[in-house]
Design a protein around this ligand. Structure first.
Ligand code: GSH
Length: 206
């Protein structure tokens, strides 16, 4: 099983945390795709992911699985250990709902700001940029932080009582916000306390 990624980027980080949570990182062969140099836009990589994005999980039979949510689903069911995508029908539904919100309200909003309102990955990679849209998405990212702060005011984790892939996505989204220099408002105490707790997990700190 191979993962094509570029370790320093936030979406690859999500899958690497999921693998570490399952304790199976050493069972994966990582293949570096040099995103800053545009390797992900070359035909060889596009045949694995037409959306020109990392990470991609390639199974031994050649099947390529893209999108962190889909990759995490596969990892979660292929390997034993902690359950990252929920157990009961209700838990699974809540995890997926919160995962979508974590992507839309935080990870993707920060990404749009980074790619459109900052130099992003550089002029050659970025091509079309729309700074106004990027700035709007920065506002949405901060609104997303406020939303997750309120969720975490009466819940230990993003999707209820158990750590899940939605926690991983919010955690990686906040890391991406730091990198993109989007300030996390200091009054979001629940979010900050949760972030400190997650940062201590071996999958993240190790
Ligand atoms: N929704 C995708 C997002 C993947 C993504 O945006 N990956 C970034 C790295 S963090 C990427 O490869 N960007 C390349 C580019 O923007 O050209 C997922 O969940 O995997």
């Amino acid at each position: 099983m191979k993962i094509y990624d570029f370790e320093e980027l936030p979406n690859p980080a999500r899958v690497r945390i999921a693998l570490a949570e399952k304790g199976v990182t050493d069972q994966i062969q990582f293949v570096k795709v040099n995103v800053p140099e545009g390797e992900h836009r070359k035909p060889e990589f596009l045949s694995k992911n037409p959306s020109s994005a990392v990470p991609v999980l390639e199974l031994d039979d050649g099947t390529c699985i893209c999108e962190c949510t889909a990759i995490t689903e596969y990892i979660d069911h292929e390997f034993d250990g902690i359950r990252l995508t929920g157990q009961s029908p209700k838990e699974r539904a809540v995890v997926h709902m919160m995962q979508r919100r974590a992507e839309q309200k935080l990870m993707d909003a920060v990404g749009t700001y980074f790619h459109h309102a900052t130099p992003g990955l550089g002029a050659e990679i970025e091509g079309y940029q729309n700074a106004e849209w990027g700035e709007k998405e920065k506002e949405n990212a901060v609104a997303g932080m406020q939303y997750f702060d309120s969720v975490l005011s009466d819940s230990e984790f993003v999707a209820g009582d158990n750590f899940s892939m939605a926690d991983i996505t919010v955690f990686a989204g906040l890391g991406f916000a730091d990198f993109a220099k989007i300030e996390i408002p200091s009054e979001y105490h629940h979010l900050a306390a949760w972030r400190d707790r997650i940062a201590k997990r071996p999958s993240v700190s190790g």
